[in-house]
Each structure stands twice: as structure tokens, then as C-alpha cells.
Design a protein around this ligand. Structure first.
Ligand SMILES: *Cc1c(COP(=O)(O)O)cnc(C)c1O
Length: 401
């Protein structure tokens, strides 16, 4: 039995340790098998121990791990080509995490603003958003809990309610120092909040009128999660900047900041950098992630299984008093509960599911968040629907009694 007395207390982990995985399953140190409906918070989209990923990592590790960006890296150029091909963007900067990808986006917005003679360029960000834990990204984040204690915050953000076009128009009329909007196409940590169907298109229109950059944080929604490569592709529009991380490396740390024509030459040598960013190992792995999503038709599967799961929940628990809303896009699924009608804390559902050998998550206090791997099959989807429905029904039943 190991203890964690030498780990900083940034997390309070559940009392379980996983030893190995395969596909949508994990096994703990006692040999118990679990169905993983969270996949490391939307990271292991291809599931665990995918043979193509294992092969790529082993082969690349035996060849070369790292050289630094002082030299050309073929794997990086190949991955950038693939990402631009599937996204319609034109240049990529590679980082090691989501927060760092957003840092790059924020720096691009500021350079862009200065280039357009804005003295103190500001970025419009949303209430209830999540963009990371570095100082700039926690300042951009719309959650006081993430910020509290870390003041002074980074300046230069203007906050508006999510899914509120009039609020953005109001900022356009009253401020003259805005350079960009940074927004999640669907809010993940914020509780799987899906905006109005044409929200992104309307933001696009405002950004075009105002000459602002539209920057999408697709760190959670990207890489097939919603049934398209990127969530913006449901809207037939293009952002100017897009950030990725999470599922991009299927567990190997890699992030990316992509830019389209309006922003792809803003960074010049000396403006930004990263020692590890885009190293041969992470890029080879991410290339295989893209190849595998294509060869296994995982966008289609995510879309099909996502609808199947949402419909399953609507049938089983949609009518229950206490289930506020069941929503999502592709395999990004949220069940919002009325916490007052539960007989226990909403987070307790995570522990009860764990006892039933299912990994789920609760976010924003009262939303069950499901982010199963893109490879999930119908039988596994049924297990998720049945297990979670039973847990929710019994949590609500007891409180009524
Ligand atoms: C997870 C997440 C981040 C932060 O990514 P890290 O890799 O943890 O730094 C940023 N934005 C969104 C939308 C996320 O879901």
C-alpha cells in the first residue's frame, strides 16, 4: 500500500488504482474490471492500450524521443499537415497541454490587437467557462473557484454570459479595445452546456464585422468527441484560432494552437516557444490518433452511439421528477439533476457508479458528465444507460420516500 504524503494536495483521488486497460475497460489492482465512460476526461478517445498507439509509441521511442525545435521535426510537419487538412486551418503551434495551447491563443490575440493599433487589447470570455489553470487561462476561466486566492489576476478579459449574442453586441458597441473572442463550442467543465444552434455562426458574423479573432477552445470538444472532427464543423463555419489537447495524443501529453489565414503569421521567430512542444514522440502518436479515427470510422460511431445513449436516457429517466435535462452532442453527454431532489450529494453518484464498476464524472455540482471513448459499442452503451439510469432513479426514489 502506497501513501500520497509526498504529493501536493491538488486532487482528492477516489480510492482505486488502475493497473491496465483494454479498449473501453480498465482493471484495478485487485483485478476488478470497470467500464470507462470518462476515458481520462475525454483523453483516451481510442480507448486504452489501442494496438496502433502502442506500436507507434514503441517504434518512435526506439528511434528518437526529442531533439528540440532548434531542428526541423518531420513528424511535426506531418501532423500539422494532417490537422490542417481535417480542420481547414493553415498553421499549427504545438504545446504540451490544453492550458498552454490557450496561452498561445491569448498571446496571438494580444499581438493581433497591437498590430491593429489597439493599445490594451482585450479578449471577450464567457461566464461558466473553463480554459485551464495557468495564470492567464484561469483569469480567462469563468469560475470564481478556479481563481480564488490567485489574485492579482491577468488583466485584459471582458466577461459576458454564455450563449448570449446580445451581450457580445453590447460589448462591441461600448468597448473599442477588443481583439478577440475566446469560447468553448460546448462548455465541458461548466456542465455540458450546449448553446443555440447558430451561436457560433452569429459570433463569426460579429467577429467579421468588428475585425476580431474568433478563437475556439476545442480542447474537450475536438478530435471526434462530438461526432465531427471539431464541434465547429456542425456549424459550417471556420474559427480564426482553435486550441486542442486532451484526445489529440490519446494519453500522450500534446496540445496544439491552430490558426487560419487571419492569424497564422502573427507569431514570428522569438514570439513564442516550448522545449518539449511538438517533439517526435507526441507528434507520431497524434498522427496515429488521426489515422485511427479515420480508418475505424470513429466520427460516425461517436455520432451514432451518442444519439443512442442520449435517447436511451431520455426513455429511461427523462420523465423523472428531478432529472432537469439530458443533453449533449456525440459522445459528450450531460444529465442535469435537481440536486435538491436527491437524497445525497450529486458527487456520491460517482462513488456509487464505481461500486458498480462504471467510471463517470459529475461536474458543475449537479451534472453527470459522460465522455466515453469513441470506440464504444452498443452493448457497452447499454451498460452505461442501464447503470446510470438505475443510480439516478434510486437516488431520486429514496428522497421521495
Ligand atoms: C481540459 C481543458 C482545458 C485545460 O487543459 P489542460 O491540458 O488540463 O491544461 C482547457 N479548456 C478546456 C475546454 C478543457 O476541457
Amino acid at each position: 500500500m502506497t501513501t500520497n504524503e509526498h504529493l501536493m494536495k491538488t486532487y482528492s483521488p477516489l480510492d482505486v488504482t488502475f493497473e491496465h486497460g483494454e479498449g473501453a475497460y480498465l482493471w484495478d489492482t485487485n483485478g476488478r474490471q470497470y467500464l470507462d465512460a470518462l476515458c481520462g476526461i475525454a483523453v483516451c478517445g481510442l480507448g486504452h492500450a489501442h494496438p496502433a498507439i502502442t506500436k507507434t509509441i514503441s517504434e518512435q521511442a526506439a528511434k528518437l524521443l526529442h531533439t528540440s525545435n532548434l531542428y526541423r521535426i518531420d513528424n511535426q510537419q506531418k501532423l500539422a499537415n494532417q490537422l490542417c487538412e481535417v480542420s481547414g486551418m493553415s498553421r499549427v503551434f504545438f504545446s504540451n497541454s490544453g492550458a498552454e495551447a490557450n496561452e498561445a491563443a491569448i498571446k496571438i490575440a494580444r499581438l493581433y490587437g497591437h498590430k491593429n493599433n489597439i493599445d490594451e487589447p482585450h479578449i471577450i470570455v464567457m461566464e461558466n467557462s473553463f480554459h485551464g489553470r495557468t495564470l492567464a487561462t484561469l483569469s480567462a476561466t469563468g469560475n470564481r473557484k478556479v481563481q480564488a486566492g490567485f489574485e492579482p489576476l491577468v488583466q485584459g478579459f471582458i466577461r459576458v454570459p454564455y450563449n448570449d449574442i446580445d451581450a457580445v453586441k453590447h460589448v462591441a458597441e461600448s468597448y473599442h479595445n477588443v481583439a478577440a473572442i475566446l469560447v468553448e463550442p460546448i462548455q465541458g467543465e461548466g456542465g455540458i452546456k450546449v448553446p443555440a444552434q447558430d451561436y457560433l455562426n452569429q459570433l463569426r458574423e460579429i467577429c467579421d464585422q468588428q475585425n476580431w479573432l474568433l478563437m475556439l477552445d476545442e480542447i474537450q470538444t475536438g478530435m471526434g468527441r462530438t461526432g465531427q472532427w471539431f464541434a465547429f464543423q456542425h456549424n459550417k463555419m471556420q474559427p480564426d484560432v482553435m486550441t486542442l489537447a486532451k484526445a489529440l495524443g490519446n494519453g500522450v501529453p500534446v496540445g496544439a494552437c491552430l490558426a487560419g489565414k487571419k492569424a497564422d503569421e502573427i507569431f514570428q521567430p522569438g514570439n513564442h516557444g516550448s522545449t518539449f512542444g511538438g517533439n517526435p514522440l507526441m507528434c507520431a502518436t497524434a498522427s496515429t490518433v488521426i489515422d485511427t479515427i479515420q480508418s475505424e470510422n470513429l466520427l460516425e460511431n461517436a455520432s451514432k452511439m451518442g444519439s443512442y445513449i442520449v435517447n436511451g436516457f431520455k426513455n429511461k429517466i427523462g420523465q423523472l421528477d428531478g432529472v432537469t435535462e439530458i443533453r449533449g452532442l456525440g459522445l459528450m453527454i450531460g444529465i442535469e439533476l435537481d440536486a435538491a431532489k436527491l437524497n445525497h450529494d450529486c458527487a456520491e453518484l460517482v462513488r456509487l457508479a464505481l461500486q458498480k464498476q462504471l467510471l463517470i464524472n459529475v461536474t458543475a455540482g449537479n451534472v453527470i458528465r459522460l465522455l466515453p471513448p469513441l470506440i464504444i459499442n452498443q452493448q457497452q452503451a447499454d451498460t452505461i444507460i442501464n447503470t446510470v439510469s438505475e443510480l439516478v432513479a434510486s437516488a431520486l426514489q429514496k428522497s421521495a420516500a
